[in-house]
Design a protein around this ligand. Structure first.
Ligand SMILES: O=C1O[C@H](COP(=O)(O)O)[C@@H](O)[C@H](O)[C@H]1O
Length: 256
């Protein structure tokens, strides 16, 4: 097996260019995926990420009916709660585009009293999508979109947490998230690291120090540094100049 490829970092002069280029990247990935297998599988994060998806609204070439959307992590709150990642994605994107609601796979909040059952149910949604169609040990998402928190966490994988060593499950639950709300479900590393294109998005000067640790000092082992997709998967970073301002890591010119 080949070693994972090094992250590719695209840096943009301003947030608008980042948003537009991210949309272009996603549409290209969508086109390739649909040509190959007739559908496009994408996983979204919450936090600041949904706001970066505005470039998809009205973008030519998006085949919304071919999208199958999952959440790479989700807070265990009602779907219309202000902490819900799904709610954020609806507000920022899905309320503005013609995506069939059955193509958006949310958690089943009616199972919130039993987090193990809730995580199992979400894992079964993934199995239905991937194991049946692709006969895969782990799902291979066409695109997984990730954010990074100030402590270097990504999805709901937090520094020092036991879930960082989960090797078997696709979806795990957490009851002690250091960032509220405490109860969440999250994709595990095996799922993230099987992604075809795993894309971090970071905007603003508030992310600058975190990016230095994650990209320039991967040996520190922050959760975001441990995202290293198995070849031929590739990790990308879409960052704006304020977020990249302290970075030594080389940038690549964005050309598709
Ligand atoms: O709690 C979460 O935080 C991360 C990072 O969020 P950001 O606001 O710092 O971008 C996010 O990617 C994750 O989905 C979310 O649940």
């Amino acid at each position: 097996m080949h070693a994972p490829s090094a992250p590719i970092v695209y840096s943009f002069v301003n947030p608008e260019e980042l948003v537009d280029s991210l949309a272009t990247f996603i549409v290209k990935a969508q086109k390739e995926s649909i040509e190959k297998k007739g559908r496009f599988t994408i996983a979204l994060s919450g936090g600041s990420l949904p706001k970066q998806l505005g470039g998809l609204v009205g973008k030519p070439g998006v085949k919304w009916d071919k999208w199958q959307v999952y959440y790479a992590d989700e807070r265990v709150v009602p779907l219309d709660h202000e902490d819900s990642n799904h709610r954020l994605c609806v507000e920022e994107l899905f309320s503005k585009v013609p995506i069939p609601s059955q193509n958006i796979h949310t958690i089943d909040y009616s199972l919130a009293d039993d987090l193990e059952e809730l995580a199992d149910a979400y894992e079964k949604e993934l199995i239905h999508e991937f194991a049946q169609k692709d006969a895969a040990r782990f799902p291979v998402f066409d695109v997984i979109l990730l954010g990074v928190g100030p402590d270097g966490h990504t999805v709901s994988l937090f520094p020092g947490h036991e879930l960082l060593s989960e090797e078997d499950r696709w979806v795990a639950y957490i009851t002690d998230s250091p960032k509220p709300p405490a109860q969440r479900i999250t994709f595990t590393y095996p799922v993230i690291n099987h992604g075809a294109r795993v894309v971090f998005v970071a905007s603003g000067a508030g992310k600058a120090d975190t990016l230095v640790t994650v990209l320039d000092k991967p040996e520190e082992g922050l959760p975001a540094s441990r995202v290293r997709p198995i070849t031929p998967g590739q990790v990308y970073w879409f960052v704006d100049e304020p977020a990249a301002s302290k970075l030594q890591y080389p940038r690549t010119a964005f050309r598709l």
